[in-house]
Write a protein that binds this ligand. Structure first.
Ligand SMILES: [Zn+2]
Length: 362
């Protein structure tokens, strides 16, 4: 009897542990690109990193720092001996944590990667211990987005003509390329290309084992508003398909039932939607005149109603599409940075704000 009890206790403990291991995942889901440029947060083994401003210039996010539990600077990612860090000259032999960030920060295989302009445009790899940063990609133009995945670097070059009507050259088109991360002499492979149109790729994500891209383009050269599509393909670029038209929102969030996305409708409104894994719409979560943002983690979707129009709200949905709660957001908060099992994250100036979305569920 005693033995049986012990077994039961052990079994219960194991079940609890298994349950806990799943529920207690504190790892965040972070927006690495798109509407975020130098504001991204990346995470390695539960440790979070972000570019922050110097004491003299808090607005200019150029120093890579490890964040403490409150989202404040714990240390700069620099182990250089005798480095004066923020006081170190930036031109010759700068602090290892310094980077002229151009867009995006992500973690892969224990390293950090940022779009950077340290002399040349490209992507720089940072050692979280603070060793010297390494340029893993240099390019003649700004990188509009990149992704490091399974030893490859995927990158799209920004078409500078997009914002300059006089310079628009549809014949240039736009493309997503990839090459082995550690082989900078290799000729890049074309993963996706579209010609005859002015545009760029705003966001690249790996969802499941697929590459998911948000392309932004102009229907014609004189168009005022850009169109967007969410595309999905194999990591080598084969089997490409349109996952969702007029959709992307620069970020698609994976949840247990499929994908959460935002879509621009013909009447100019925006919707936040749930798609099944084939891309079919399962539920409309929310509708706004503003550009909405979504983030998701397993059984939860967060929808930010957008930063342009008052009032700004954060709504919490189940992965089945049921609205669970909401709260008001300060209008001056940054775009949505990401989420974890309890909080949604925003910058308010140089300060990281955690919004307790869990508390919003009655
Ligand atoms: Zn330093």
């Amino acid at each position: 009897m005693k033995k049986r009890m012990a077994c039961l206790v052990l079994l219960t403990a194991l079940l609890l542990l298994a349950g806990c291991a799943k529920a207690a995942s504190k790892e965040g889901v972070w927006v690495a690109h798109g509407y975020l440029r130098d504001q991204c947060i990346a995470e390695i083994d539960g440790v979070r990193y972000a570019f922050i401003g110097s004491e003299e210039n808090p607005e200019q996010r150029v120093y890579l720092a490890q964040l403490d539990q409150n989202g404040e600077k714990k240390r700069l990612v620099c182990s250089k001996e005798g480095c004066a860090h923020e006081q170190q000259g930036r031109l010759a032999d700068p602090c290892h944590a310094y980077s002229a960030v151009t867009g995006g920060l992500m973690a892969a295989d224990g390293k950090l990667y940022a779009g950077s302009h340290n002399g040349e445009m490209g992507v720089v790899e940072f050692d979280p211990e603070g060793g010297p940063p390494r340029a893993v990609l240099t390019a003649p133009q700004r990188i509009s987005c990149f992704l490091v995945q399974d030893g490859w670097i995927y990158y799209a070059q920004q078409d500078q003509t997009f914002a300059e009507p006089a310079l628009r050259a549809p014949e240039n088109g736009y493309r997503m390329l990839r090459r082995r991360l550690n082989d900078d002499g290799a000729e890049p492979e074309k993963v996706y290309e579209r010609g005859g149109v002015v545009g760029y790729i705003a966001c690249a994500q790996c969802i499941g084992d697929k590459l998911v891209l948000t392309e932004v383009y102009l229907e014609d050269e004189d168009a005022q508003d850009a169109s967007m599509n969410l595309l999905r393909m194999n990591l080598d670029g084969s089997g490409g398909e349109l996952l969702a038209a007029s959709a992307g929102g620069h970020f698609a969030a994976q949840v247990e039932s499929g994908l959460a996305i935002t879509r621009k409708n013909e009447d100019g409104s925006w919707t936040a939607e749930l798609l099944d894994t084939a891309g079919a719409k399962k539920a409309e979560l929310d509708r706004s005149q503003d550009r909405m943002m979504v983030c998701g983690q397993m059984n939860t979707v967060l929808v930010d109603s957008g930063a342009q129009l008052a009032p700004r709200t954060l709504r919490v949905y189940s992965a089945a599409g049921e609205k669970l709660g909401e709260c008001a957001l300060e209008k001056q908060y940054s775009p949505l940075l990401g989420m974890d099992e309890r909080y949604a994250y925003y910058w308010d100036g140089g300060k990281l704000i955690s919004v307790d979305w869990k508390k919003l569920i009655p």
